[in-house]
Design a protein. Structure first.
Length: 199
């Protein structure tokens, strides 16, 4: 199993739109409506423009499993003055879940934020019922810092959101524990370092 993150490209547009509107992804996003091609085209143009600038405040990657696209990861609100950003990801193909793909993505993004960008803080928000994802974040060393009550409306119902954060000071211990966990899944440090270099 080879997992990597490569920068989002214009030719990924149709695939990502299908993912964003799919039953595997849409229920876990904050947006409620079906995303139109025009709306997606505007989003993609902004994503490519921001992601292409060294000082841009966003980064987008296609998650690849054995060289096939299976999801999207991103950083948002990269704030260099306050040394922090937010992140999110999704796996669009349910067949990839439970195989350790999310664990590799988690490690790569954390290493990128704390080792490559040198930021102090990483934040994420997850719908409270999506326990698989916020549980994975906690296993990787994120601390639950908030329960945002009635934070988003989905299908006409206000939903709670779990807010989780990690500091750069937490990363060395979290990194070592994550590497041990990934080694049990037969993911080597060399594979991780090579994937990180390609981001």
């Amino acid at each position: 199993m080879a997992v990597s993150l490569r920068p989002l490209r214009a030719e990924d547009g149709e695939t990502v739109l299908a993912w964003r509107n799919s039953a595997a992804v849409a229920p876990y996003m904050y947006s409620e409506h079906r995303i139109t091609p025009a709306e997606h085209a505007a989003w993609l143009a902004r994503a490519l423009e921001e992601g292409g600038r060294a000082e841009g405040d966003r980064r987008f990657w296609i998650i690849e499993l054995d060289a096939a696209g299976v999801g999207l990861a991103n950083l948002a609100k990269i704030d260099r003055a306050n040394s922090k950003c937010e992140w999110a990801y999704y796996l669009a193909d349910p067949a990839t879940r439970g195989r350790g793909v999310g664990s590799v993505v988690e490690w790569l993004v954390l290493a990128f934020v704390f080792e490559r960008l040198g930021l102090n803080r990483l934040w994420c928000e997850v719908l409270v019922e999506n326990e698989a994802v916020w549980g994975l974040h906690e296993r990787f060393g994120f601390v639950r810092e908030a329960l945002l009550r009635a934070h988003v409306r989905k299908a006409g119902v206000f939903r709670d959101v779990v807010g989780l954060g990690m500091l750069s000071a937490d990363w060395p211990a979290a990194r070592a524990a994550a590497l041990a966990r990934l080694a049990e899944k037969r993911v080597s440090v060399g594979e991780l370092e090579a994937a990180l270099a390609g981001m």
